[in-house]
Design a protein around this ligand. Structure first.
Ligand SMILES: [Fe+2]
Ligand SMILES: [Fe+2]
Length: 277
């Protein structure tokens, strides 16, 4: 069994109000991130930890560097290896070089010459493909031709079942009722998602696709492939202040034929998929 601990949208940053309401409990981010790391170290003991991105709010270069470092200081206390995905808020004021330097040593180092922060690696009998989705504010979210070509070649070369990690969603999830994204599909879902899924379908070796960004827990299956969105660690589950934190994270357990997903925190759920991949 290979166990993965996942956390997303940690949003270390200044407290801000959205449409006059306190929806992101950013003040609690360091405390909630520490609790996640402690739970991983003491209870779950995963083989790998995945940070699905949006570690910060974008406030300005100096503030973002300090917050991003602060977030990674907490994550670095994890006993398990921790891999990172770039989120849209992470790259507003910070460069790939900033992120790579804060991430330090890891499987992303082999990809330094690529224009996108995408990389792949193998652990415990699984192949992990990490993508960088690019969000243009209020316009769209794209992977780009170059990265889609890299992804297609990476899947074709993979000899193990593949776990895809990305910040935005490439599924077809129904966004009705989502506080942040109802009616705003263009800034929730990847624009080239049909092409992404054509590549996945043709490769036939993708076990699961995992993402964050949408700030809710969501599970859907497209062409037999499960897509899971992990809720933001710091989402306020109440309408406004003082707030009740989602404290969300997930534990995914992979065996040769089965995937179990436990969504943890204040809104818990459990899924199990028996897979041919
Ligand atoms: Fe986010
Ligand atoms: Fe995001």
């Amino acid at each position: 069994m290979f166990t993965i601990g996942l956390v997303s949208d940690l949003h270390f940053g200044q407290e801000t109000y959205h449409r006059g309401k306190l929806r992101k409990l950013t003040r609690d981010a360091p405390k909630l991130a520490k609790a996640f790391v402690e739970s991983m170290n003491e209870k779950v003991k995963p083989n790998l930890i995945v940070n699905l991105g949006d570690d910060i709010e974008d406030e300005g270069r100096d503030a973002d560097l300090a917050r991003y470092r602060g977030c990674h200081q907490v994550l670095s206390r994890a006993a398990a290896e921790c891999v990172h995905v770039a989120g849209n808020h992470d790259t507003v004021n910070l460069t790939h070089a900033d992120l790579r330097s804060i991430w330090g040593d890891g499987p992303w180092q082999s990809s330094a010459s690529r224009p996108d922060l995408c990389y792949s690696f193998e652990r415990g009998g699984f192949h992990f493909a990490v993508l960088e989705t690019h969000e243009k504010t209020d316009v769209d979210i794209t992977l780009g031709t170059h990265q889609l070509q890299w992804f297609e070649a990476d899947l074709r070369a993979a000899t193990l079942p593949v776990v895809v990690l990305m910040h935005h969603s490439a599924s077809e999830q129904d966004l009705r009722g989502n506080y942040w994204f109802e009616g705003r599909e263009h800034v929730a879902l990847v624009k080239e998602r049909a092409e992404f899924r054509r590549i996945v379908r043709a490769a036939g070796n993708v076990r699961i696709v995992l993402n964050g960004h949408v700030h809710w827990n969501h599970f859907d299956v497209v062409d037999g492939v499960p897509y899971v969105t992990v809720q933001s660690l710091i989402e306020n589950l109440d309408e406004d202040a003082p707030g009740r934190a989602a404290a969300a994270h997930a534990v995914v357990r992979l065996t040769e034929r089965r995937t179990t997903i436990e969504l943890e925190g204040a809104e818990r759920a459990r899924y199990q998929i028996d897979s041919t991949v």
